[in-house]
Design a protein around this ligand. Structure first.
Ligand SMILES: [Zn+2]
Length: 373
């Protein structure tokens, strides 16, 4: 909707001031996917006293930053939100929490070290080749389908050929030079990382989509397909033993990582992925495939339901949720609170849709077979 409509929805919130403060004074079009939420926000802003609102915001700040403060804050927060409310038995060791936050906040800096140590060029080359072979098998299967019409096959193959494969790590690393890290000021570092990420997301408004961007960091043990980019992404972390091991026979690698690749590949053609064309131009489509010879039928609709198919492993860190403050929730420490995912409404339409994670495509990790299912 237009900014004026949003202002009309929430007369008590000064959007002009807010947008100026976040460096986007000229932003006119916003995605408001839940107008009812903002009606309720307006009711609260108009109906509660200023002192109460201040108290509420102070509490939110303390609550959201508690796990980055000294032990009394950390322990109180864990005891109530994780132990009491969720039955979590014990807190993760501090080093694990710290590693996950480093991965979250400067994941592509950490990723460079990780790749240097764990993902040599020949590993990348062999996994790229595996993806290529699985795509070739997919192409053959599409061509052989007896029930799919010629026109639909043509579209499916165009989509397959247009799919980009991102393997291991980004071609261009994120530049963190604008992010100041101060030794001895951890909570300040977290705040600065939040601002850095917010700025990075906001800076995308009005610019072409960066097709080289990754929604996961290189050490992540997960993978995803993003319909808006028509790309498959396999971070280095998911291409390591015991999931993938270039020193063993190819069969277990195909049985394990190969199925992950096939899984992500088919997301491009499932109930969500099929709504997007090969180049993800922002239009959505629906194609009819069953028992028809002619039938590829296109319908242009708003891409508001667009969502990357992630996470493909429960508990994995989803991509950043637009300009959220604070940054996206930690990996599944259980010590983190879901309350840390508040975010302002104003984001650019395309990016806002692109960064909404979909919870519907979760795969589960089978401890019995070290495989995906
Ligand atoms: Zn999946």
């Amino acid at each position: 909707m237009h900014r004026a409509e949003m202002q009309a929805l929430t007369p008590s919130f000064r959007w002009d001031d807010y947008l100026r403060a976040i460096g986007q004074p000229a932003l006119d079009d916003v995605n408001v996917t839940e107008p009812e939420f903002y009606k309720q926000v307006e009711k609260t802003l108009a109906g509660e006293s200023l002192d109460d609102l201040k108290t509420y915001l102070r509490w939110q700040l303390a609550h959201n930053r508690a796990r980055y403060l000294s032990s009394p804050f950390v322990n109180e927060s864990f005891d109530f939100f994780s132990a009491y409310l969720r039955g979590v038995k014990e807190q993760q060791p501090r080093w694990k929490r710290c590693v996950s936050w480093v991965d979250r906040d400067v994941g592509e800096a950490l990723g460079q070290v990780f790749v240097r140590k764990a993902f040599p060029p020949d590993r990348k080359a062999s996994t790229v080749e595996m993806v290529r072979q699985i795509e070739a098998a997919m192409e053959q299967r599409i061509k052989d389908l007896p029930w799919m019409g010629a026109a639909t096959k043509e579209q499916a193959l165009a989509k397959l050929h247009g799919m980009a494969n991102k393997i291991g790590y980004p071609d261009h690393w994120r530049d963190y030079t604008a992010l100041e890290v101060r030794r001895g000021d951890f909570v300040g570092d977290v705040d600065r990382a939040v601002r850095f990420e917010s700025r990075r997301q906001l800076d995308k408004i009005g610019k072409p989509v960066d097709k080289g961007e990754w929604g996961m960091t290189p050490p992540t043990v997960n993978a995803y397909y993003n319909a808006l980019m028509n790309d498959m992404n396999f971070p280095a972390g998911v291409l390591l033993p015991p999931l993938y091991d270039p020193t063993i026979d190819a069969a277990p690698n195909y049985g394990n990582t190969g199925t992950t690749i096939g899984h992500e590949l088919t997301h491009g053609f499932d109930d969500e992925g099929r709504q997007f064309d090969a180049h993800s131009t922002g239009s959505t489509r629906s194609s009819t495939t069953s028992n028809s010879t002619a039938s590829s039928h296109w319908a242009r609709t708003s891409p508001t339901s667009a969502a990357p198919s992630w996470p493909c492993r429960p508990g994995a860190t989803p991509p950043p949720t637009s300009v959220s403050l604070p940054p996206r929730a930690s990996p599944p420490t259980s010590a983190s609170s879901s309350a840390s995912r508040s975010g302002p409404a104003a984001t650019s339409g395309r990016r806002a849709s692109a960064s909404t994670p979909s919870p519907t495509r979760t795969r589960r990790w089978s401890t019995a077979s070290t495989g995906w299912w």
